[in-house]
Design a protein around this ligand. Structure first.
Ligand SMILES: NC(=O)c1ccc[n+]([C@@H]2O[C@H](COP(=O)([O-])OP(=O)(O)OC[C@H]3O[C@@H](n4cnc5c(N)ncnc54)[C@H](O)[C@@H]3O)[C@@H](O)[C@H]2O)c1
Length: 154
């Protein structure tokens, strides 16, 4: 989903939380190691910045290599790993490289997701696109539940 479609109140919520925590407990995640999938933009990027600000070490996992620039701007609090969450081998490498580099994994934010065109527009069932449906399910369901959770737990 393009960033401009994120409801204003969601982002405001993040800013409110950020301001609250900054004044009360600025390092709530000190030393925690977190993976944030889909961290290149939108909610994921906001979370990357917030976690880094609160002392976490963040691994940004995304198909968008531009996330490397975000990681560089926050380094050493953040690093980037190219990862397609719908590909099991990518997820395995992501988890293994994180644990071998930092020795632990405390938080996995399974944020990466896609919206198919059929959820953005009111279209007729006649226009149903089975390939697009499969892609949405591979990323949003397979990537999150079976792959991300499975390999983080193992
Ligand atoms: N914004 C909203 O109002 C809203 C509402 C409900 C749920 N969500 C969900 O929250 C999450 C974040 O939303 P957003 O608006 O920030 O989305 P966004 O489209 O702005 O960002 C999604 C990120 O996920 C990445 N991504 C997409 N497919 C990927 C894949 N296969 N592997 C790795 N990374 C991939 C994209 O490159 C992008 O950086 C999504 O899962 C979305 O479905 C968003």
């Amino acid at each position: 989903m393009p960033a401009q479609l994120i409801p204003e109140k969601s982002l405001q919520g993040i800013h409110i939380l950020d301001n609250y925590n900054a004044s009360h407990s600025p390092q709530r995640l000190d030393g925690r190691v977190a993976i944030i999938t889909g961290g290149a933009r939108g909610i994921g990027e906001a979370t990357v910045r917030l976690f880094a600000k609160h002392g976490a070490i963040v691994v940004i996992a995304d198909v968008e290599d531009a996330a490397g620039l975000l990681a560089n701007s926050l380094y050493p609090a953040a690093t980037f790993v190219h990862c397609n969450v719908s590909i099991e081998e990518d997820i395995k490498k992501l988890i293994n490289s994180t644990v071998s580099q930092y020795g632990r994994l405390d938080i996995l934010f399974n944020n990466a997701g896609v919206l198919g065109s059929q959820s953005k527009h009111k279209v007729s069932i006649i226009d149903f696109d089975a390939d697009e449906f499969d892609h949405v399910m591979r990323v949003n369901v397979r990537g999150v539940t079976s792959l991300g959770m499975k390999h983080a737990a193992s």
